[in-house]
Design a protein around this ligand. Structure first.
Ligand code: NAD
Ligand code: TYD
Length: 352
C-alpha cells in the first residue's frame, strides 16, 4: 500500500491511474479537492477496491496520523500543493498554508509513523516529495541547465513556497532520519491538465474562438515533459533512488512559449480546422507580462539517467499531438471543468 497526496490533481491523477494500470498495490489518495482537484479524472477507478479516496487536508495531523496507522503504507508520494504561479501572485496565503505548513505537518505525521515502524519496515520506507525546477529561479540564455546542486533562487510566491517545503523535507531526513527523496521536474503537459495552465488553456481557447494570451514577448523558455514520463520517473526514483538525494526530471525539450503555442495551433489546424478556413494562429494575442516572470528554465536530468536509467519516451511533438487529441476526445471532462470555479478565475484574471 502507498499513500499519495494530491492524487485528484493533474500529475497526481495521472500517477494514480498509471500506477493501478501496472500494479495491484493499492493506493490511499488523500486530497482536499481544491479547485484543482477533480475526481472525474479518477472515474475509471469507481468500484476499484485498490483505490481508497480520502477527502482531507495534508495539514490535518490527526487525520493523517489515523490514515497512516490504519493503512500502514510502505511509501508516500507527496504531490499535494497549490501549483499555479499566477494564482500565487494574486493570493499567496494558500500557498503558504498547503505548500509550507501543510508539508511541515505531513512530515511531522510521517516522523511519528516512521518512529513506530520495525527496523525492516524502516529500511524500506520512502517519502517522495514532488518538487519543481522553479525553485532554482531563472536562467540566462545559454547558461547551463539546473542540476540538483544549483542554488535555490525562487522568484514567485509559488516557487518560494515549494523551496521552503524542499528545505523542510531535507531537514526531516538529516535531523530525524526520514528516508526522503526529492524530485525537481520541469513543466508537465498532457491529459487531465486544468485549463489555467498554458497548454490546455491555449487548446480550449482556440477551440472556443477566444484569444490565445501570450505574456510579454512570448520568448520565455520552459522545458516541457509529457506527464506520463514524469510519472514513470517518479516510480523509478521511488523504486531505486537513494534516501536523502534529489533527482532532476526533464524532457530535453526547451521551447519558447510562442513556439509551443504555434505548434498547438498547427496540430489543431490538422485535427479540427477552423470553419472559416483561417489558421488558429490568427487568435494569438500578446498581453501584459506576468510580474517577475522567470525568463528561462532548463533542467539537466543526467543524474537520473546515469544512476537510474530513466529517459522520457515522448518527444515534444508526439506528446503534444497526443495531448491535443486527448482534449478533442474528452469534451465532457473539459465541459465539466470549464463550467465550474475555473470560469470565475478566468474572469478575474483576464477579465479586463
Ligand atoms: P494540481 O494543482 O493540478 O493538483 C494539486 C492537487 O493537490 C489537487 O488535487 C488539490 O485538490 C490537492 N491539494 C491542494 N491542497 C491540498 C491540501 N492542503 N491537502 C490535500 N490536498 C491538497 O498540481 P499538479 O500540476 O498536479 O502538481 C502536482 C505537484 O507537482 C505539485 O507539488 C507541483 O508543485 C509539482 N510540479 C508540477 C509541475 C507542473 O508542470 N504542473 C511541474 C513540476 C512539479
Ligand atoms: P504556466 O503553464 O502557468 O506554467 P509555469 O508558470 O509554472 O511555467 O505557464 C507556462 C509559460 O507560459 C510561462 O512562461 C507563462 C506563460 N503563459 C502565457 O504566456 N500565457 C498564459 O495565458 C499562461 C497561463 C502562461
Amino acid at each position: 500500500m502507498i499513500l499519495v497526496t494530491g492524487g485528484a490533481g493533474f500529475i497526481g491523477g495521472n500517477f494514480v491511474l498509471d500506477w493501478l494500470a501496472q500494479y495491484d498495490e493499492p493506493i490511499v489518495n488523500l486530497d482536499r479537492l481544491t479547485y484543482a482537484g477533480n475526481l472525474e479524472t479518477l472515474q475509471s477507478l469507481d468500484g476499484d477496491s485498490r483505490h481508497i479516496f480520502v477527502h482531507g487536508d495534508i495539514g490535518d495531523g490527526p487525520l493523517v496520523d489515523a490514515l497512516l496507522a490504519t493503512h500502514r503504507p510502505r511509501a508516500i508520494v507527496h504531490f499535494a500543493a497549490e501549483s499555479h504561479v499566477d494564482r500565487s501572485l494574486h493570493g499567496p496565503e494558500d500557498f503558504i498554508h498547503t505548500n509550507v505548513t501543510g508539508t511541515f505537518r505531513l512530515l511531522e505525521s510521517v516522523r511519528r509513523y516512521f518512529g513506530g515502524l520495525s527496523d525492516g519496515e524502516r529500511s524500506l520506507f520512502r517519502f517522495l516529495h514532488v518538487s519543481t525546477d522553479e525553485v532554482f529561479g531563472s536562467l540566462a540564455p545559454g547558461a547551463a541547465p539546473f542540476t540538483e546542486t544549483s542554488t535555490y533562487e525562487p522568484n514567485s510566491p509559488y516557487s518560494a513556497s515549494k523551496a521552503a517545503s524542499d528545505h523542510l523535507v531535507r531537514a526531516w531526513h538529516f535531523s530525524y532520519g526520514v528516508p526522503t527523496l526529492i524530485t525537481h521536474c520541469s513543466n508537465n503537459y498532457g491529459p487531465y491538465h486544468f485549463p489555467e495552465k498554458l497548454i490546455p488553456l491555449v487548446i480550449l481557447n482556440a477551440l472556443a474562438g477566444k484569444g490565445l494570451p501570450i505574456y510579454g514577448d512570448g520568448l520565455q523558455v520552459r522545458d516541457w515533459l509529457y506527464v506520463k514520463d514524469h510519472c514513470a520517473a517518479i516510480r523509478r526514483v521511488l523504486e531505486a533512488g537513494t534516501p536523502g538525494e534529489a533527482y532532476n526530471i526533464g524532457g530535453w525539450n526547451e521551447k519558447p512559449n510562442i513556439e509551443v503555442v504555434r505548434t498547438l495551433c498547427h496540430h489543431l489546424d490538422r485535427f479540427r480546422p477552423r470553419t472559416d478556413g483561417k489558421l488558429y494562429e490568427a487568435q494569438i494575442r500578446y498581453v501584459t507580462d506576468r510580474p517577475g516572470h522567470d525568463r528561462r528554465y532548463a533542467i539537466d536530468a543526467g543524474k537520473l539517467y546515469r544512476e537510474l536509467g530513466w529517459r522520457p519516451v515522448e518527444t515534444f511533438d508526439s506528446g503534444l499531438e497526443k495531448t491535443v487529441r486527448w482534449y478533442l476526445d474528452h469534451s465532457q471532462w473539459v465541459e465539466n471543468v470549464t463550467s465550474g470555479a475555473y470560469r470565475q478565475w478566468v474572469q478575474r484574471h483576464y477579465g479586463s
